[in-house]
Design a protein around this ligand. Structure first.
Ligand code: FAD
Length: 494
């Protein structure tokens, strides 16, 4: 039937309006297809949504925005001027770091200023910054495009000339050493090592286990930049939602897909409330684990792929704070005294008593996000994914530990300044987005082969079934989710 249908008559169903689902819908609509997105929630964005508490607005999930060019690419493809829908700017200070001994570092985006700050505060040789950023860029140049922008499960990728060069240079990519070891090789300053190790958490990994190749991450934050969208992170979702609608994508909210229907091992549509809807292609933006277990319960599942260790999760407190803090910026980290113990505790599926606390304040760049004289604090600590913990107890203890840490480092009584509060934890992350066990980034990147073990962006057994989003190749985080949409588009048309 498909063979006689011209491609621009194709009907595509996308399950989930997370950031990757939105991006895929735009790419499919730009091909001239009829596109329907089915979303269980009443709103688009999945993890990249927002919440409002009284006069305070919070970005619910992601707060760090890198690689805006991947958002721009979608507007370019759709031939819609981005300036009318989405604006952003680069941060001068990427993050403020605090330690218990009173050390405070502003991580400037400008490498010369960063080197001067690290020299002044930590007595680090300015040449070290240059070495870190050059090495990070070198690794990205060798393998970034191949590992992140292409399907690793298609022969065409492995036949590219660049692959040969990457293969030859694999021994220089630190794939077989831990990230901690690589960072310790570049500097012996424990605070700088801790700062660099933190990048493992950008995809929910453990720096003492994850491969040294993850030292590629600072390249994105410093060489390319950390950015803030005008109006907050949620504007990424909103602008892509508007763009998708403009291109004719039809949205069906409050609509949970119950089954993917097959005919002769081909995806031929979906079922919603027992109603069968026919499509030529189905793209799942639902976590790949949940897609197989819930939507394809009677098929053979790629069990080994699905059984991979999940990434870490997070516990987040959204606090309206009736005071402004000059010492804080958009991104702030209050470091644990013992980072290694913190990760050991996470491995034991608990939260360390002295956790590293991340405070994001979008009010620093979106004035309307909190009343005058107040701030909207997104306070997050790394947590394990769901594994039978007593979450109410663990969260209550963690809240006390976070408050004690903030009080010690910022010399305040923060509890007395909290005027509104809400909570997100692994249980609610799972129930709101179907992320298996509440993991933030799908499977973890702790294994050196993790990049190759993530599920492909297509099914090798079921024709016309594709996957996008943080649980499949190339991984979690907004930039990689946007790339997963690009890969789906490419492999669908190979
Ligand atoms: P998701 O956001 O997981 O959305 C999937 C969607 O599918 C959901 O809307 C869900 O309702 C829908 N769905 C599921 N099942 C069905 C069904 N059966 N029928 C219909 N709809 C369904 N990334 C960064 O880049 N920077 C950060 O700073 C950052 N911080 C983060 C902080 C937190 C607290 C969290 C939770 C995540 C963070 N991330 C960050 C990760 C980033 O948010 C995710 O990788 C990304 O948003 C995942 O997008 P996705 O497209 O995979 O879909």
């Amino acid at each position: 039937m498909n063979d006689i249908k011209s491609t621009n008559q194709l009907k595509v169903a996308i399950i989930g309006a997370g950031i990757a689902g939105l991006a895929t819908s735009i790419r499919m609509a730009c091909r001239g297809y009829e596109v329907d997105i089915y979303e269980g929630n009443a709103f688009p964005g999945g993890k990249l949504s927002e919440i409002r508490l009284g006069d305070y607005r919070f970005d619910a999930g992601p707060s760090l925005f890198t690689m805006p060019s991947y958002v721009e690419a979608l507007f370019e493809l759709a031939q819609v001027p981005i300036e009318e829908y989405f604006k952003y700017e680069r941060l001068d200070i990427v993050c403020n770091y605090f330690w218990e001994d009173g050390t405070q570092i502003s991580a400037y985006a400008d490498p010369t200023m960063l080197a001067a700050e690290l020299h002044h505060k930590l007595k680090v040789d300015p040449e070290v910054v240059n070495r870190i950023l050059t090495d990070s860029q070198r690794k990205y140049d060798i393998c970034g495009e191949i590992f992140l922008e292409k399907s690793l499960h298609k022969l065409s990728t492995w036949l590219q000339p660049k692959i040969l060069r990457a293969m030859v240079l694999i021994p220089t990519l630190d794939l077989f050493k831990s990230m901690h070891k690589v960072n310790s090789r570049i500097t012996d300053n424990p605070k700088l090592i801790q700062l660099l190790n933190r990048y493992a958490t950008y995809n929910g990994s453990n720096p003492y286990k994850a491969p040294g190749l993850l030292t590629i991450i600072p390249h994105f934050e410093y060489n390319i930049g950390a950015f803030v969208p005008h109006g907050g992170m949620h504007q990424i979702t909103q602008s892509l939602f508007e763009l998708a609608k403009m291109k004719g994508v039809r949205f069906h909210f409050n609509t949970n897909v119950q089954r993917i229907n097959l005919e002769d091992d081909c995806a031929r549509g979906i079922s919603i409330n027992e109603k069968i809807l026919s499509y030529d292609k189905v793209v799942s933006n639902m976590d790949v684990y949940s897609t197989y277990k819930k939507l394809l319960p009677h098929e053979n599942h790629p069990e080994r792929t699905l059984a991979q260790e999940r990434s870490t999760s997070a516990v987040i407190f959204y606090w309206g704070i009736k005071q402004e803090f000059d010492s804080l910026d958009v991104h702030n980290i209050l470091f644990s005294e013992n980072y290694q113990e913190e990760f050991k505790t996470l491995e034991l599926k608990s939260i360390y008593h002295d956790p590293t606390v991340y405070i994001n304040i979008s009010k620093k760049y979106v004035a309307e996000d909190a009343p005058s004289g107040c701030e909207n604090w997104f306070v997050m600590v790394n947590s394990p994914h769901r594994a039978g913990q007593n979450w109410d107890k663990l969260i209550a203890e963690t809240r006390n530990n976070i408050i004690a840490k903030i009080n010690r480092i910022l010399k305040v009584d923060i509890e007395s300044l909290i005027v509104v509060e809400s909570l997100l934890d692994p249980r609610t992350i799972e129930s709101r987005t179907s992320s298996h066990l509440g993991a933030l980034y799908g499977s973890s990147s702790n294994d050196k082969m993790a990049a190759f073990m993530r599920h492909a962006n297509f099914s090798s057994k079921i024709k016309d079934l594709y996957f996008c989003g943080g649980s499949v190749h190339p991984g979690g985080g907004i930039p990689l989710c946007l790339l997963s949409a690009k890969i789906v588009d490419e492999i669908m048309h190979e």
